[in-house]
Design a protein around this ligand. Sequence first.
Ligand code: SAM
Length: 254
Amino acid sequence: MLLDKAPSEWDGYHEPFIGGGALFFALASRNCLRGRTVLSDMNSRLIRSYLMVRDQVEPLIGRLKEHEALHSKDHYYATRARDIDSDNDIEVAAWMIYLNKTGFNGLYRVNKKGGFNVPMGRYKNPNICDEKNLRACNSILQGVEIYHQGFDGVLERAGKGDFVYFDPPYVPVSATASFTAYTSDGFTLADQERLRDTASALKERGVSVMLSNADHPRVRKLYTPGFRKHTIQVGRAINSAASRRGSVAELIIR
Ligand SMILES: C[S@@+](CC[C@H](N)C(=O)[O-])C[C@H]1O[C@@H](n2cnc3c(N)ncnc32)[C@H](O)[C@@H]1O
């Protein structure tokens, strides 16, 4: 659905809230990427992991196999409690992937001090070291630029003819859905306004911009006038309340 709304061609591709990179990997596997491709995110553990998948995939696979052999409840909680940021990039990447594959619903959530606090998931046989997929991602990431940077860093490099896709933490649709703490900083309404201004500045330069956000009156108001809005229904597996998983309305803004 997102793919249908993307422009038919562009020079460079930029994704400044890369997260799990769903659109980037979808575009790459369809051979849609040409020219310069730049991925960035504020989460330094995530960016260090992307860099290791791109540059050191074999040592990373080796380290993940060790986690796989040790996997247990005790190993999960001992790994989760590690002071990971001071460790080397391979350790950080293996830590991220191990916790992502074994934690509840593949969720990434941290407390104010940056401590990862997701409980262990209930998987019979988690695929902790998916070698085939890691090597495929390694191949896709060759030549891709990857930066630890806030979203407005895109203003330094995107130019006329480029395509920028923004998938920010969403405006919460209700008080209980205030689930936007992807980094320990959170993403405020002021950040949402700064994002809208960044998108406007890019459009004025002749950049094709596409954004995702919740279909919320606040978001509709933020992107008026000057933007086109399309509503889509999306399946969402990640929500703390099972009753709120399922189909939700999202906006695609261009
Ligand atoms: C909704 S997720 C992106 C999901 C992604 N499109 C995917 O397919 O998984 C939002 C991402 O924004 C990042 N983020 C939060 N605040 C940011 C900021 N100010 N600048 C850049 N990235 C930020 C988070 O670390 C997180 O990875």
